[in-house]
Design a protein around this ligand. Structure first.
Ligand SMILES: [Zn+2]
Length: 290
């Protein structure tokens, strides 16, 4: 009986894995099918038999307009169980990016944590939280590869968005499941208050998107679904700036966002929320100084 039970369990685990791995390959096929980007593999995660490349994508430099083109850094899938950002970025590159090609050049990490994406875990395949690993001697290879690629690109970004989600079951760093919002919200880092566009990004959301109205989100001060840094930051872990957003804000961009949608919503709604935020940010940043 025990053996039979183990066999059944084994088959179940295998089939789960196969389904997840197939999802990753389907996502990867969409990356490889993109016709308007340069594709680089920054590193490869090896997990049992499978190999999962971490991709970095760049849209073309405008031949006539390169000096005026604004660089934008976009990323998704840092936490493997938060997939909407990955799908939003792919949809954006497939359908919408060409419309912005004259004014913006996009630098994209579509899925920073492919091992986690394939298995549905927040952490990478080695059990590390990549979004606490953007630091010297990083414990997470994916973070190290992303930092190396950013160094190779060697440029400043007019803004960045790191697309995340809120799993309802997440607990850690002093927070319980009840502390997880079930609606959308945004972090905006920008020292110059006049330059901030977070309120416009929230106001521009489609009417059916509910925004978090809590006054505190994971310890940080929030107003109408917007957490503004640096002054709204009371979460000590985020203050360490070892998230991708924190790293970018410290080194490569004076204006950064982390976007959050709840995993409880249908995928279509989550993707639509991320795309709305991105498009409003592009409208607002259009024509600004590089
Ligand atoms: Zn996350």
């Amino acid at each position: 009986m025990v053996l039979r039970g183990l066999l059944v369990l084994g088959t179940f685990v295998l089939s789960l894995k196969a389904v997840s791995a197939q999802d990753y390959r389907a996502m990867e096929a969409r990356i490889l099918a993109l016709s308007n980007v340069e594709i680089v593999i920054v590193g490869k995660v090896e997990k049992e038999e499978a190999v999962y490349p971490v991709y970095a994508l760049t849209t073309a430099a405008s031949k006539k307009n390169e000096k005026k083109q604004l660089n934008v850094l976009l990323s998704g899938g840092v936490h493997g169980d938060e997939p909407a950002g990955v799908f939003a970025l792919l949809q954006f590159l497939e359908k919408e990016a060409p419309r912005y090609a004259k004014e913006f050049r996009f630098f994209v990490f579509p899925c920073v944590n492919p091992g986690g994406f394939a298995t549905g875990t927040a952490e990478n395949s080695a059990g590390k939280n990549i979004n606490r690993s953007f630091k010297k001697d990083s414990p997470a290879l994916e973070a190290k590869w992303v930092m190396e690629q950013l160094q190779k690109w060697d440029r400043k970004f007019v803004f960045s968005i790191d697309m995340h989600e809120i799993p309802p079951y997440w607990e850690g760093e002093g927070f319980k499941a009840k502390d997880n919002p079930h609606t959308a919200y945004l972090y905006e880092s920008q020292r110059d208050k006049k330059m901030r566009i977070g309120p416009a990004m929230l106001a521009g959301l489609p009417k059916d998107i509910e925004v978090c109205q809590w006054p505190r989100i994971y310890g940080d001060v929030a107003v109408g679904g917007l957490v503004t840094y640096p002054e709204g930051n009371f979460n000590q872990v985020y203050a360490e700036q070892t998230t991708l957003d924190g790293y970018l804000f410290e080194k490569l961009s004076s204006h950064t966002f982390t976007a959050e949608t709840p995993i409880d919503w249908p995928m279509e709604k989550r993707v639509r929320t991320h795309l709305s935020w991105l498009k409003t940010a592009l409208e607002k940043k259009r024509g600004s100084a590089p």
